[in-house]
Design a protein around this ligand. Structure first.
Ligand SMILES: NC(=O)c1ccc[n+]([C@@H]2O[C@H](COP(=O)([O-])OP(=O)(O)OC[C@H]3O[C@@H](n4cnc5c(N)ncnc54)[C@H](O)[C@@H]3O)[C@@H](O)[C@H]2O)c1
Length: 427
């Protein structure tokens, strides 16, 4: 960004995890912000740089540095062991956590303890106990801790929520969602950390959050089934596909049930990058959404459907030649990160008369992307993980009930009268 611009301040970011999602969304976010700064009416233009990155081996960080060239500032790269600890010795204002989901907690906690604002990929953490610990630490250290759910920024989902908020669609009854990832994800991309993991936590969580955020209500129960045998052993603890069911209750006393089917073993020659479909049924209407079939179908000899997909989502994160000839990469997957950068800029360099503490209070404690707003989503993930663990241990068909007398999350195993308390506090 040129020095003649109006910005007075600079924000420095740290990046933990340099994998697929870094390439898709964080890279264009950092490069766009490095070039143009970050603008918010509450702050004016603020410069932004990536100061340091942490990853397991540093291989992709080195490749990135080389390929990005002048599109990004120079930055330090740290590797394991203790890559995050080394990164935190840097003068950074915020840290982005995009490690595999079972490693979010450690990196997020370390960054908060070091007094840094954090944005963490979905799902924020895997248990309510971890969520409580992070929430308390962020409050104590007076930093923002935010979670990335880019589906809330998808224009179609914003319209759905607008219809619900405005009473155009009345009372959700039932819904189903599906998100299917290609085999290359489980087979190649995630081979380092796939052992013991499941596609529900990885992708159903997008829809868990969408449902929780769009329709509100109180989570009542969670159940989940799953299949094995492609990514791992047929009786092991690594899952090919999962079918999650959540039951919610609303202020009217009426319930709604949602089914979310996910997998990461769809053939690689599938015509889209992923398959994503939803249907929500209301007292007075039906919402059918298909993120892949939004209108484009393209065939290119010798390229589709492998190097280019036939159907593409140009709203999430697309590379374009703009009408004025410049190249851009933009979409709601990047917007969600820009929004966080504006929040950090406001907290640190807001032009109003509020204190830093007051600004933090405004943007946390129930603010939509704050860690405190992730309780029912994390509760569902926590329950799903426990149900799948029981299934792998020979106890399929468990159900977790929420906010019982015995505890906030209680797991019931078929044939056993007593529930197992997963979380004592109220969800
Ligand atoms: N928002 C989305 O749509 C979306 C899409 C894909 C992934 N994600 C999320 O992003 C996160 C990462 O996914 P990915 O697809 O980029 O995975 P990936 O396997 O491609 O990359 C993971 C990265 O984390 C690094 N890493 C692993 N362990 C580490 C540790 N202990 N300390 C520091 N770095 C470590 C690896 O070196 C690698 O750079 C996951 O939480 C995933 O759920 C989100």
């Amino acid at each position: 960004m040129s020095d003649s611009a109006v910005s007075l301040y600079k924000l420095k970011g740290g990046m933990v995890g340099m994998g697929m999602i870094f390439d898709e969304t964080y890279r264009p976010f950092f490069e766009n912000a490095f070039r143009d700064g970050v603008y918010d009416p509450r702050t004016g233009v603020i410069k932004l740089e990536i100061a340091a990155v942490a990853s397991r081996t540093g291989g992709r960080a080195a490749k990135y540095k080389e390929s990005a060239g002048q599109s990004i500032n120079d930055f330090s790269s740290y590797i394991e062991p203790d890559s995050v600890g080394q990164l935190l010795t840097h003068d950074v204002d915020f840290v982005c956590v995009a490690t595999p989901d079972d490693r979010h907690f450690d990196a997020t906690m370390a960054a908060i303890q070091a007094g840094k604002h954090v944005i963490v990929e979905k799902p924020s953490v895997l248990s309510m106990q971890e969520l409580d610990a992070i929430t308390a630490a962020a409050g104590e250290k007076q930093v923002l801790c935010k979670v990335v759910y880019h589906k809330l920024f998808d224009p179609d989902h914003k319209k759905l929520r607008t219809f619900v908020t405005d009473g155009v669609l009345n009372h959700i009854n039932t819904g189903y969602c599906t998100l299917l990832e290609p085999k290359q994800i489980s087979g190649a991309q995630f081979s380092e950390w796939i052992q013991g993991r499941n596609p529900g936590t990885y992708v159903a969580v997008h829809y868990i959050k969408l449902i929780d955020f769009t329709f509100g209500g109180t989570l009542k129960s969670i159940s989940c089934s799953g299949q094995r045998g492609i990514v791992g052993e047929a009786d092991g603890n690594t899952w090919d596909s999962t079918q999650l069911r959540m039951v919610y209750e609303y202020a009217s006393g009426r319930e709604a049930t949602f089914d979310i089917h996910t997998s990461w073993v769809t053939p690689d020659n599938f015509p889209g990058y992923v398959e994503q479909e939803v249907q929500f049924r209301f007292d007075n209407g039906i919402w059918n959404g298909h993120s892949r079939k939004r209108g484009v179908e393209c065939t290119v000899e010798e390229q589709t459907p492998l190097t280019i997909k036939n159907s593409m989502n140009n709203h999430y994160n697309g590379t374009f030649v703009e009408p004025n000839g410049s190249r851009s990469q933009r979409g709601y997957g990047i917007e969600v990160l820009e929004e966080f950068a504006r929040e950090v800029a406001y907290v640190e360099h807001g032009l109003d008369d509020l204190t830093r503490q007051q600004r933090i209070a405004q943007l946390s404690n129930g603010y939509y992307n704050d860690i405190t707003s992730d309780r029912q989503t994390v509760a569902t993930v926590h329950a799903m993980e426990a149900i799948l663990e029981q299934h792998a241990a020979g106890n399929p068909d468990c159900v977790v009930r929420v906010n019982q007398e015995a505890g906030g999350l209680v797991l019931y195993i078929p044939g056993q009268a007593e529930g197992v308390v997963l979380y004592e506090g109220q969800v």
